[in-house]
Design a protein around this ligand. Sequence first.
Ligand code: AMP
Length: 217
Amino acid sequence: MNEHANYIVLLGPPGSGKGTQAVLLAKRLGIPHVSTGDLFRMHLKTETPLGIMAAKYVQKGELVPDEITISMLNERLQEEDCDNGVVLDGYPRTLVQALALESYLDSADEELTMVAYLSVPNEELVQRLSGRWMSQSGRVYHMVYNPPKIAGIDDEDGSPLYQREDDKVETVLHRLEVYHEQTSPLIEHFREEGKLLEINGVGEIDEINDAIYEALQ
Ligand code: AMP
């Protein structure tokens, strides 16, 4: 591993924009963006044994058990492109995962560089998430912020839009509840370690990204 490796965690509730920020930051730093949500969705789609095991949790908006999640993530970290660090998105989500990550990095003579926490009020999160619709080819729309030209139809190929199972209002509320219950202790943990950078997640995407990037320098 490289002496300038950057191991960055983006923390924030679903819908806080951490995915968008993680992609931008990873690009800026030239390191991979690793999202456990994306990894699970990939396993689900290709129906790997791990995907089949995780399906019932992901579809209900519940956390996949730590053991499965930790081993999936550790495997990803062992890939060569992660040697200079990574931007983690959606991981860790529990204290057990946080401790597992720290012990993984410790055994590789590395440490977490920074944990950026994007804070966004709950009402805003519900509005952002429950308005999200996707096209079959992966384009993302929002009923309020980025609506398609014709309701329910993809602008590019005319196919019907669909809502991610876990973006439906009921599931969104449940995801937020799960988040606050299980992930809030992490914020405390990283704060105590002096690793936590709190960022206001309401505002322009580029400005939020600059704030994270500058804190890192
Ligand atoms: P996300 O796209 O980050 O909202 O993740 C989608 C779903 O994947 C979550 O609702 C969980 O079911 C699962 N998931 C993602 N990351 C984790 C994690 N770190 N621990 C447990 N489950 C996770």
